[in-house]
Unconditional design. Structure first.
Lengths: 430, 107
């Protein structure tokens, strides 16, 4: 590789790893989010020039933070905001300066954590939390975030500006909350990371590359959070959950881009390293005996990820885990998944009463998954006429084309209702 | 930071009008964060003022016809929004109505 290539890939790597740190350190020093982003951007641009001629610094993050902070000092000086502000910024220099070497920059990870909690503050609208996390922590451009969420760039720019204005004018603090608020606030952070991951993992529309980068960023940020808060089992549970789902990515789509259901995936294409990492992390976390919804969902994902074939799946265990999840976070969707697991463990007939209960509760009235599941169970019970009725109900409610396509295919390939008592074979006349 | 707490509720909140604040005001005065405030007479006794083309227009009643109306307000001064939320969440009206936290305009 040539020197320019080396420098460029070093800057690209630093961008992924250090953007959030640089922005976080600058926000803490200046309190100004826009200034922080702009100065961080300038620091990375300067790195592209300098690292090529002067070589990549030993600690790129510290180099970038120092350059960005100097830019901020210059700008504030030019804007003549006043001596006091300037002293504040200069005094907020992190312990690990580019030239001081040696000392680990303890202050910087704390800044990243502060930034996470501030971006995910519950006083911000949920969609603003997600956008702000992607911009400030992951360094995605406004255009990229807009593409990921299928809104126009001006609309996304407005969303980000409003969020930053609110942080500034309503004085949303830049800090990690105290013990009293921490559980709630951590839930909000985990919720944003989970949403980010799902947005990249499950949505079938939008820019494929941007979606991949959403899941990658969600995993990366969950790693950072787990490293910074090693005593939070749910943070580790969420990371394990993401790893175990992400491991299936290579086998999830067919050549035409269509989604391949779990039971039909080529399991040899699953990412073994990710599965091992996820399972090991989950085991360590569950050993702390402080279970939560993410850990339980990760345990369910681990049951799937460690089954060599669909037939090897430990369905009784999955059914028990869904029952646990239903106690922690009761929801009709969890109950539906429990019914599916029971059908796999004990046969379709055992699950029908659970579907009846869900039906009469009305909680999933407008959702295609309930009739689709019922149809599937009835098909397996060899009750094709009732199955057909349920497939038609599901078809009328299914929101996306691939789902409708799947249901229509199932409906079309049902055995004829009279198949069990066929007419006498028709003898062609001669 | 200064914030105004706008205490809102529907008609049923009026029955709490004479209950006071269950020691909240005393506690917050002592803590030094409460700078003033009051309950308000009902919106039916409000008058809304607009000036358009130099003409003063009066309307009987509140600015907006809404189910929830402002029934009282407080001014607090505290460190940041987290502290404002903590203070607000302990006001008894948060239990039966809603309280909006508005930062004051500071030029």
């Amino acid at each position: 590789m040539s020197a320019p290539d080396d420098a460029r890939s070093a800057v690209a790597a630093a961008f992924r790893e250090e953007w959030g740190r640089v922005v976080a350190a600058l926000i803490r020093a200046t309190g100004d989010w826009d200034l922080a982003e702009e100065c961080a951007q300038e620091a990375f641009a300067l790195a592209l020039q300098r690292w090529e001629s002067e070589g990549v610094p030993r600690r790129p993050g510290a180099w970038l933070t120092t350059v960005a902070r100097n830019r901020a000092v210059d700008r504030i000086r030019r804007a003549a905001v006043g001596e006091a502000k300037l002293r504040e910024v200069a005094a907020a220099a992190p312990s690990g300066d580019a030239r001081s070497g040696g000392r680990p920059d303890d202050a910087i990870p704390d800044d990243v954590l502060r930034l996470m909690f501030t971006c995910c503050h519950p006083a911000l609208a949920p969609e603003a939390r997600v956008a702000l996390t992607l911009r400030a922590l992951a360094g995605l451009t406004t255009a990229e975030i807009a593409r990921a969420f299928l809104v126009t760039e001006p609309a996304m720019a407005k969303r980000l500006t409003r969020a930053k204005q609110k942080i500034k004018h309503a004085a949303i603090p830049f800090r990690v909350p105290g013990p009293a608020q921490l559980p709630d606030r951590l839930r909000a952070v985990l919720g944003v990371l989970y949403l980010l991951f799902n947005e990249g993992y499950t949505a079938s529309s939008g820019d494929e590359l941007v979606r991949r980068s959403l899941t990658a960023e969600a995993v990366r940020l969950a790693r950072v959070l787990t490293r910074l808060m090693p005593d939070e089992p749910e943070a580790a549970g969420l990371l394990a959950l993401m790893l175990l789902h992400d491991a299936r990515t290579p086998a999830r789509t067919g050549p035409s881009g269509s989604l391949i259901p779990l039971e039909e995936q080529d399991r040899t294409r699953w990412d073994r390293d990710r599965i091992e990492e996820g399972v090991a992390l989950l085991d360590r976390t569950l050993a702390r005996r402080s279970p939560g919804p993410y850990q339980v969902q990760a345990a369910i994902a681990a049951c799937h990820a460690t089954a060599r074939t669909p037939a090897d799946t430990d369905w009784p265990q999955i059914a028990a885990l869904y029952a646990h999840l239903a106690r922690l976070t009761p929801s009709p969707v969890v109950e539906l998944n429990r019914a599916i697991a029971i059908a796999m463990a004990d046969g379709p007939a055992a699950a029908l009463p659970l579907l009846d209960a869900l039906d009469s509760s009305g909680a999933l009235a407008a959702h295609h998954l309930l009739p689709a599941t019922r149809a599937d169970l009835l098909r397996r019970l060899n009750r094709p006429a009732e199955a057909a009725t349920a497939y038609r109900q599901a078809l009328a409610l299914a929101p996306t084309a691939p789902e409708r396509h799947y249901l229509a295919h199932r409906l079309a390939t049902l055995p004829h209702p009279d198949a069990r008592s066929p007419d006498p074979p028709h003898i062609p006349s001669t | 930071m200064k914030y105004m707490l706008l205490i809102c509720g529907d008609e049923s909140a009026a029955e709490h009008a004479d209950e006071g604040c269950g020691g909240w005001s005393e506690e917050m005065l002592e803590r030094g964060v409460l700078q003033g405030g009051s309950g308000l007479r009902p919106p039916s006794e409000a008058t809304t003022v607009r000036v358009r083309d130099d003409e003063v227009l009066l309307t009987d009643g509140p600015f907006a016809e809404a189910k929830e109306q402002i029934g009282g307000y407080c001014i607090i001064e505290c460190a940041d929004l987290d502290e404002a939320v903590e203070i607000t969440s302990r006001h008894p009206a948060a239990g039966y109505g809603t309280i909006e936290i508005r930062p004051l305009w500071e030029p």
